[in-house]
Design a protein. Structure first.
Length: 302
Protein backbone atom coordinates (compact mmCIF):
# COMPACT_ATOMS: atom_id res chain seq x y z
CA UNK A 1 0.00 0.00 0.00
CA UNK A 2 1.11 3.56 -0.62
CA UNK A 3 -0.39 6.98 0.14
CA UNK A 4 -0.19 10.10 -2.04
CA UNK A 5 -0.16 13.45 -0.24
CA UNK A 6 -1.20 16.51 -2.27
CA UNK A 7 -0.77 20.19 -1.31
CA UNK A 8 -4.02 21.69 -0.07
CA UNK A 9 -3.52 24.58 -2.43
CA UNK A 10 -4.09 22.27 -5.41
CA UNK A 11 -7.56 21.46 -4.27
CA UNK A 12 -9.13 18.04 -4.06
CA UNK A 13 -7.40 15.27 -6.06
CA UNK A 14 -8.98 13.88 -9.19
CA UNK A 15 -11.06 10.68 -9.38
CA UNK A 16 -9.30 7.45 -8.42
CA UNK A 17 -7.64 5.42 -11.15
CA UNK A 18 -8.10 1.65 -11.33
CA UNK A 19 -4.62 0.14 -11.21
CA UNK A 20 -5.72 -3.47 -10.91
CA UNK A 21 -3.28 -5.75 -12.67
CA UNK A 22 -4.35 -7.11 -16.05
CA UNK A 23 -5.91 -10.56 -15.85
CA UNK A 24 -4.69 -13.21 -18.30
CA UNK A 25 -7.07 -14.81 -20.75
CA UNK A 26 -7.26 -18.48 -21.70
CA UNK A 27 -5.80 -19.43 -25.04
CA UNK A 28 -5.12 -22.70 -26.83
CA UNK A 29 -2.30 -23.49 -29.24
CA UNK A 30 -2.98 -26.32 -31.67
CA UNK A 31 0.06 -27.69 -33.45
CA UNK A 32 -0.41 -30.40 -36.08
CA UNK A 33 2.73 -32.31 -37.06
CA UNK A 34 2.11 -33.44 -40.63
CA UNK A 35 5.41 -34.78 -41.98
CA UNK A 36 9.17 -34.59 -41.72
CA UNK A 37 11.79 -34.57 -44.47
CA UNK A 38 15.57 -34.94 -44.69
CA UNK A 39 15.88 -36.10 -41.07
CA UNK A 40 19.35 -37.31 -40.10
CA UNK A 41 19.67 -41.10 -40.38
CA UNK A 42 21.18 -41.88 -37.01
CA UNK A 43 21.27 -45.69 -36.94
CA UNK A 44 22.56 -48.58 -39.02
CA UNK A 45 20.45 -51.73 -39.19
CA UNK A 46 21.79 -55.27 -39.03
CA UNK A 47 21.70 -55.33 -42.83
CA UNK A 48 23.84 -52.18 -43.12
CA UNK A 49 21.00 -49.79 -44.03
CA UNK A 50 21.03 -46.28 -42.58
CA UNK A 51 17.72 -45.48 -40.90
CA UNK A 52 15.97 -43.61 -38.09
CA UNK A 53 12.89 -44.32 -35.97
CA UNK A 54 11.52 -40.78 -36.02
CA UNK A 55 9.21 -39.02 -33.61
CA UNK A 56 8.59 -35.34 -32.80
CA UNK A 57 8.31 -33.76 -29.36
CA UNK A 58 6.81 -30.34 -28.48
CA UNK A 59 6.08 -28.13 -25.48
CA UNK A 60 5.66 -24.55 -24.25
CA UNK A 61 8.09 -23.04 -21.70
CA UNK A 62 7.07 -23.56 -18.11
CA UNK A 63 4.76 -26.48 -18.86
CA UNK A 64 5.84 -29.82 -17.46
CA UNK A 65 3.93 -31.85 -20.05
CA UNK A 66 5.96 -32.56 -23.18
CA UNK A 67 3.77 -34.01 -25.89
CA UNK A 68 5.13 -36.29 -28.59
CA UNK A 69 3.93 -38.07 -31.71
CA UNK A 70 3.89 -41.77 -32.35
CA UNK A 71 6.97 -43.31 -33.96
CA UNK A 72 7.60 -43.62 -37.67
CA UNK A 73 9.75 -46.76 -37.68
CA UNK A 74 12.52 -47.55 -40.15
CA UNK A 75 12.64 -44.31 -42.11
CA UNK A 76 15.25 -44.99 -44.79
CA UNK A 77 15.19 -41.54 -46.43
CA UNK A 78 14.53 -39.18 -43.50
CA UNK A 79 10.82 -38.89 -44.25
CA UNK A 80 8.27 -39.31 -41.46
CA UNK A 81 4.46 -39.27 -41.65
CA UNK A 82 2.42 -38.44 -38.56
CA UNK A 83 -0.84 -36.41 -38.76
CA UNK A 84 -0.55 -35.82 -35.02
CA UNK A 85 -1.95 -32.91 -33.00
CA UNK A 86 -0.42 -31.21 -29.97
CA UNK A 87 -2.84 -29.17 -27.84
CA UNK A 88 -1.43 -26.64 -25.36
CA UNK A 89 -3.53 -24.60 -22.92
CA UNK A 90 -2.01 -21.37 -21.60
CA UNK A 91 -2.96 -18.09 -19.93
CA UNK A 92 -1.92 -15.04 -21.91
CA UNK A 93 -1.96 -11.23 -21.52
CA UNK A 94 -2.22 -9.74 -25.04
CA UNK A 95 -1.22 -6.20 -24.02
CA UNK A 96 2.02 -7.45 -22.47
CA UNK A 97 2.61 -10.37 -24.88
CA UNK A 98 3.35 -12.61 -21.91
CA UNK A 99 2.29 -16.11 -20.84
CA UNK A 100 1.37 -16.28 -17.14
CA UNK A 101 2.24 -19.44 -15.22
CA UNK A 102 1.01 -20.25 -11.72
CA UNK A 103 2.88 -23.12 -10.12
CA UNK A 104 4.54 -24.03 -6.85
CA UNK A 105 8.30 -23.67 -6.76
CA UNK A 106 8.59 -26.64 -4.38
CA UNK A 107 6.20 -29.38 -3.38
CA UNK A 108 6.16 -28.01 0.17
CA UNK A 109 5.26 -24.47 -0.96
CA UNK A 110 1.88 -23.34 0.34
CA UNK A 111 1.06 -20.90 -2.47
CA UNK A 112 1.74 -20.89 -6.18
CA UNK A 113 4.21 -18.42 -7.63
CA UNK A 114 3.35 -16.38 -10.70
CA UNK A 115 5.91 -16.54 -13.48
CA UNK A 116 5.80 -14.64 -16.76
CA UNK A 117 7.48 -16.04 -19.88
CA UNK A 118 7.34 -15.22 -23.60
CA UNK A 119 5.11 -17.45 -25.77
CA UNK A 120 7.63 -19.77 -27.43
CA UNK A 121 6.99 -23.18 -28.97
CA UNK A 122 9.75 -25.77 -28.75
CA UNK A 123 9.90 -28.54 -31.35
CA UNK A 124 12.44 -31.39 -31.31
CA UNK A 125 13.12 -34.37 -33.56
CA UNK A 126 14.23 -37.60 -31.86
CA UNK A 127 15.32 -41.08 -32.87
CA UNK A 128 13.54 -43.80 -30.89
CA UNK A 129 15.57 -46.60 -29.28
CA UNK A 130 13.91 -49.52 -27.49
CA UNK A 131 16.90 -50.81 -25.58
CA UNK A 132 18.81 -47.57 -24.87
CA UNK A 133 18.19 -43.86 -24.45
CA UNK A 134 16.57 -42.07 -27.38
CA UNK A 135 18.88 -40.00 -29.57
CA UNK A 136 18.31 -36.25 -29.91
CA UNK A 137 18.57 -35.12 -33.54
CA UNK A 138 17.57 -31.46 -33.78
CA UNK A 139 15.39 -28.65 -32.46
CA UNK A 140 13.41 -25.57 -33.42
CA UNK A 141 12.16 -22.73 -31.21
CA UNK A 142 9.45 -20.38 -32.47
CA UNK A 143 8.52 -17.11 -30.79
CA UNK A 144 4.81 -16.98 -31.57
CA UNK A 145 4.94 -13.18 -31.79
CA UNK A 146 7.98 -12.99 -34.05
CA UNK A 147 8.51 -16.24 -35.95
CA UNK A 148 9.93 -16.98 -39.41
CA UNK A 149 7.33 -17.40 -42.10
CA UNK A 150 7.07 -21.07 -43.08
CA UNK A 151 8.36 -22.25 -46.44
CA UNK A 152 5.72 -23.42 -48.90
CA UNK A 153 7.59 -26.62 -49.77
CA UNK A 154 10.26 -28.84 -48.26
CA UNK A 155 12.71 -27.90 -51.03
CA UNK A 156 12.41 -24.20 -50.14
CA UNK A 157 12.93 -24.92 -46.43
CA UNK A 158 16.45 -24.29 -45.09
CA UNK A 159 18.35 -22.96 -42.10
CA UNK A 160 18.26 -19.51 -43.73
CA UNK A 161 14.76 -19.15 -42.27
CA UNK A 162 16.19 -19.00 -38.74
CA UNK A 163 17.20 -15.55 -37.46
CA UNK A 164 20.27 -16.86 -35.61
CA UNK A 165 21.69 -18.79 -38.56
CA UNK A 166 25.14 -17.64 -39.68
CA UNK A 167 26.58 -18.39 -43.12
CA UNK A 168 30.16 -19.64 -43.55
CA UNK A 169 32.91 -17.09 -42.81
CA UNK A 170 30.58 -15.25 -40.44
CA UNK A 171 28.36 -13.81 -43.17
CA UNK A 172 24.72 -13.20 -42.38
CA UNK A 173 22.03 -14.26 -44.80
CA UNK A 174 19.27 -11.97 -46.01
CA UNK A 175 16.58 -11.48 -43.33
CA UNK A 176 13.63 -13.82 -43.62
CA UNK A 177 10.10 -12.48 -43.38
CA UNK A 178 8.73 -12.72 -39.83
CA UNK A 179 5.08 -13.17 -38.86
CA UNK A 180 2.98 -13.16 -35.69
CA UNK A 181 0.76 -16.16 -35.04
CA UNK A 182 -1.49 -14.02 -32.82
CA UNK A 183 -2.14 -11.70 -35.77
CA UNK A 184 -2.49 -14.32 -38.50
CA UNK A 185 -4.14 -16.84 -36.17
CA UNK A 186 -3.11 -19.75 -38.42
CA UNK A 187 0.05 -20.59 -40.38
CA UNK A 188 1.02 -23.67 -42.32
CA UNK A 189 4.23 -24.83 -43.97
CA UNK A 190 7.78 -26.09 -43.42
CA UNK A 191 10.36 -25.11 -40.79
CA UNK A 192 13.95 -26.35 -40.38
CA UNK A 193 15.34 -28.03 -37.28
CA UNK A 194 18.96 -27.33 -36.38
CA UNK A 195 21.32 -30.02 -35.18
CA UNK A 196 23.26 -29.58 -31.96
CA UNK A 197 26.37 -30.86 -33.73
CA UNK A 198 28.55 -28.76 -36.04
CA UNK A 199 30.19 -29.93 -39.24
CA UNK A 200 33.95 -30.13 -39.79
CA UNK A 201 34.10 -26.42 -40.57
CA UNK A 202 32.27 -25.51 -37.38
CA UNK A 203 29.06 -24.61 -39.23
CA UNK A 204 25.52 -25.25 -38.08
CA UNK A 205 23.89 -28.24 -39.76
CA UNK A 206 20.37 -29.22 -40.72
CA UNK A 207 18.83 -32.06 -38.67
CA UNK A 208 15.54 -32.24 -40.57
CA UNK A 209 12.49 -30.34 -41.78
CA UNK A 210 9.06 -30.34 -40.15
CA UNK A 211 5.74 -29.66 -41.84
CA UNK A 212 3.39 -28.12 -39.28
CA UNK A 213 0.09 -26.34 -38.96
CA UNK A 214 -0.10 -23.83 -36.10
CA UNK A 215 -3.35 -22.25 -34.88
CA UNK A 216 -4.24 -19.95 -31.99
CA UNK A 217 -7.72 -20.53 -30.56
CA UNK A 218 -9.36 -17.96 -28.29
CA UNK A 219 -11.24 -18.82 -25.12
CA UNK A 220 -14.72 -18.48 -26.62
CA UNK A 221 -13.80 -20.77 -29.54
CA UNK A 222 -12.26 -23.64 -27.57
CA UNK A 223 -15.60 -25.31 -26.78
CA UNK A 224 -17.20 -24.32 -30.09
CA UNK A 225 -14.39 -25.91 -32.12
CA UNK A 226 -13.05 -28.81 -30.00
CA UNK A 227 -10.01 -30.86 -30.97
CA UNK A 228 -8.36 -33.83 -29.24
CA UNK A 229 -4.70 -34.62 -28.81
CA UNK A 230 -3.01 -36.91 -31.28
CA UNK A 231 -5.79 -38.53 -33.28
CA UNK A 232 -8.01 -39.02 -30.23
CA UNK A 233 -11.63 -37.91 -30.00
CA UNK A 234 -12.88 -35.32 -30.61
CA UNK A 235 -10.83 -35.78 -33.79
CA UNK A 236 -12.04 -32.71 -35.63
CA UNK A 237 -11.13 -29.16 -36.67
CA UNK A 238 -9.59 -30.67 -38.74
CA UNK A 239 -10.04 -34.43 -38.67
CA UNK A 240 -6.70 -36.24 -38.81
CA UNK A 241 -6.47 -39.46 -40.79
CA UNK A 242 -4.02 -42.28 -40.16
CA UNK A 243 -0.73 -41.48 -41.92
CA UNK A 244 0.05 -43.41 -45.09
CA UNK A 245 3.41 -44.89 -44.19
CA UNK A 246 5.38 -47.20 -46.48
CA UNK A 247 5.23 -50.95 -45.93
CA UNK A 248 8.85 -50.87 -44.73
CA UNK A 249 7.83 -48.79 -41.70
CA UNK A 250 7.33 -51.23 -38.82
CA UNK A 251 8.83 -52.27 -35.49
CA UNK A 252 10.80 -55.43 -36.17
CA UNK A 253 10.14 -56.99 -32.75
CA UNK A 254 6.35 -56.89 -33.07
CA UNK A 255 6.24 -57.76 -36.80
CA UNK A 256 8.29 -60.93 -37.37
CA UNK A 257 6.75 -61.68 -40.80
CA UNK A 258 7.53 -58.19 -42.10
CA UNK A 259 11.02 -58.57 -40.66
CA UNK A 260 11.49 -61.75 -42.70
CA UNK A 261 10.08 -60.12 -45.83
CA UNK A 262 11.59 -56.64 -45.83
CA UNK A 263 14.87 -57.21 -43.97
CA UNK A 264 16.08 -60.80 -44.29
CA UNK A 265 14.50 -61.79 -47.60
CA UNK A 266 15.22 -58.46 -49.31
CA UNK A 267 18.91 -58.46 -48.43
CA UNK A 268 19.74 -62.15 -48.19
CA UNK A 269 17.29 -63.90 -50.53
CA UNK A 270 20.02 -65.53 -52.66
CA UNK A 271 21.83 -66.81 -49.60
CA UNK A 272 18.54 -68.11 -48.19
CA UNK A 273 17.75 -69.93 -51.46
CA UNK A 274 21.23 -71.47 -51.53
CA UNK A 275 20.85 -72.54 -47.89
CA UNK A 276 17.46 -74.17 -48.59
CA UNK A 277 18.82 -76.02 -51.64
CA UNK A 278 21.87 -77.25 -49.69
CA UNK A 279 19.66 -78.29 -46.78
CA UNK A 280 17.37 -80.31 -49.06
CA UNK A 281 20.39 -81.87 -50.75
CA UNK A 282 21.89 -82.87 -47.39
CA UNK A 283 18.57 -84.36 -46.25
CA UNK A 284 18.32 -86.32 -49.51
CA UNK A 285 21.87 -87.68 -49.10
CA UNK A 286 21.22 -88.66 -45.47
CA UNK A 287 18.00 -90.47 -46.40
CA UNK A 288 19.78 -92.20 -49.28
CA UNK A 289 22.66 -93.37 -47.08
CA UNK A 290 20.23 -94.51 -44.40
CA UNK A 291 18.01 -96.55 -46.71
CA UNK A 292 20.61 -97.84 -49.22
CA UNK A 293 22.13 -100.73 -47.13
CA UNK A 294 18.73 -102.23 -46.30
CA UNK A 295 17.55 -101.96 -49.87
CA UNK A 296 20.78 -103.54 -51.17
CA UNK A 297 20.52 -106.50 -48.74
CA UNK A 298 16.87 -107.14 -49.65
CA UNK A 299 17.77 -107.13 -53.32
CA UNK A 300 20.64 -109.64 -52.80
CA UNK A 301 18.43 -112.00 -50.76
CA UNK A 302 15.72 -111.89 -53.34
Amino acid sequence: MWVDIFPKSLGPPGPPVDITARQPKKYQLRCIIRNTKDVVLDETSITGEEMSDIYVKGWLPGQEEKQKTDVHYRSLDGEGNFNWRFVFQFNYIPAERIVVLDKKEHFWSADATETRVPPKLNIQIWDNDKFSLDDFLGSLQLDLHHMPEPAKSSKACSLKQLPDYVLPKGKKCAPWKMVSLFEQKRVYGWWPCMSSELDRDGQQTLAGKVEMELEIVYEDEIDQRPAGKGREEPNMNPKLEEPKRPATSFFWFSSPFKTLRFILWKNYKYWILIFIILLLLIIFIILFLYSFPGAAVRKLLS
